[in-house]
Design a protein around this ligand. Sequence first.
Ligand SMILES: Cc1cc2nc3c(=O)[nH]c(=O)nc-3n(C[C@H](O)[C@H](O)[C@H](O)COP(=O)(O)OP(=O)(O)OC[C@H]3O[C@@H](n4cnc5c(N)ncnc54)[C@H](O)[C@@H]3O)c2cc1C
Length: 410
Amino acid sequence: MYSPEFCAVLDRYPALNEFTSRVVDFLDRHLPEPVTQEAAQPPWLRLRECAAQAGLTGFDLACATVVPDGLERVAQGLAMFLAGRRDCDAREIFSSGHAAMALRYGAPDIVRSVRDLVVNRGALAGVASSEPHSGSDLRGLRTVAVDHGDHLLLSGTKGLVSRVEEATGFVVFCKVVGPEQAAVLDPGGAALRQVPLSALWLSMDTVGVLTETAAPLGLRGWSLGHLHFDNVRLGKDSLLGDPGDGRRIFDTHFSGWRLMMALVCLGAATAAIEETMARTRRRSVGRMSLANVPSVASRLGTAAAEVQAATAWCFSLLERDRQDGDEVDVAACSAAKALATDASYRAVDIGLQLHGSDGYTCHTPMEKRLRDIRGLRIADGPNDTLYSVLAHSLLTGSRPSPFLVAQRQG
Ligand SMILES: Cc1cc2nc3c(=O)[nH]c(=O)nc-3n(C[C@H](O)[C@H](O)[C@H](O)COP(=O)(O)OP(=O)(O)OC[C@H]3O[C@@H](n4cnc5c(N)ncnc54)[C@H](O)[C@@H]3O)c2cc1C
């Protein structure tokens, strides 16, 4: 059983039925049940390699044969929702992920090599934006790439970032400066605030890249940690777009990516609600089933309503993105991610509660979901910041259309 909103998307786009069946078949074969912390953890990177062999790592790129043209984003959203139903860590199995930035904005040699690694062979790409002193504030980033004419020298520290151990390469957000400017930079990075953001592709086997891992609360299927860059020498062709294009690349990519993470959590929450409904039907209190206790039904109904509304909003934005091209609504995508992950967290918390003490053990998937979704309320932009982005956009009228949910075409 899937969410009615998920089914409604498939009704609108029957051309995605075959793709969806392929994703479901893949999951049924490799990840048949929701993951519990108690069970042996799936070989996540190996599953991504299997997905590459099944043609499921590049479908989000234009010209992929498995998804009709123009439906790549919607297909990616469907895949993320389905992955989340099994486990939030399954989010990295499908699609090109953060490599999409290198594939979209990279020089031809970078595109060739990243495509071969990430799409054909199922390697993983990461994104390194956050720094220890500045995660939410992009202007405050202090990682610099000093431009020496024929090459760049990258220095700084990133983190906490995901996939430090598994990724074959990272899209690194940094400031490109000349050697004279680099020589007079103040330690607090005040001067760097005025330098526009740039993005570059960094292969993890480049000399001077060091990793350091940390122990996260959830999302433990993939490592979390710091990346240290010690005068890492890179060709100028590692730049994505032109110097200073970083903010545009970040906003365009993350608007879509935030919706993907939202849908992973909504998939997990939908599965949690279904499992909880089944348990409340089986479980009796006195002479009545738990499902018939009015406050139980009301809490489950509230959770389902919130999750369905958030799912509809996320897909509506993905469908709009399909029509608007590069004109993404950054503010709405940001707030939709915040709303979806908050609603998912509440739904799983109710599910855990209604599983009683079982829910509080590693024997059911509830506690893992709760920890995982908790991470996604901070990762890819802390939710409080993301709600503020929408408020700012509404207060300043920076979007031409005030509608938060796109009008669907009949
Ligand atoms: C599981 C996980 C995976 C991650 N993976 C990556 C990754 O792959 N790549 C990467 O670059 N980063 C990654 N991050 C880092 C993440 O993007 C940052 O943690 C996030 O942007 C917040 O930055 P910060 O930790 O420096 O918190 P701070 O900027 O110090 O903010 C702390 C808190 O203050 C509040 N706050 C901050 N600014 C505002 C504001 N303007 N308005 C309202 N409230 C505000 C929020 O509650 C926020 O959580 C990951 C984080 C987690 C938890």
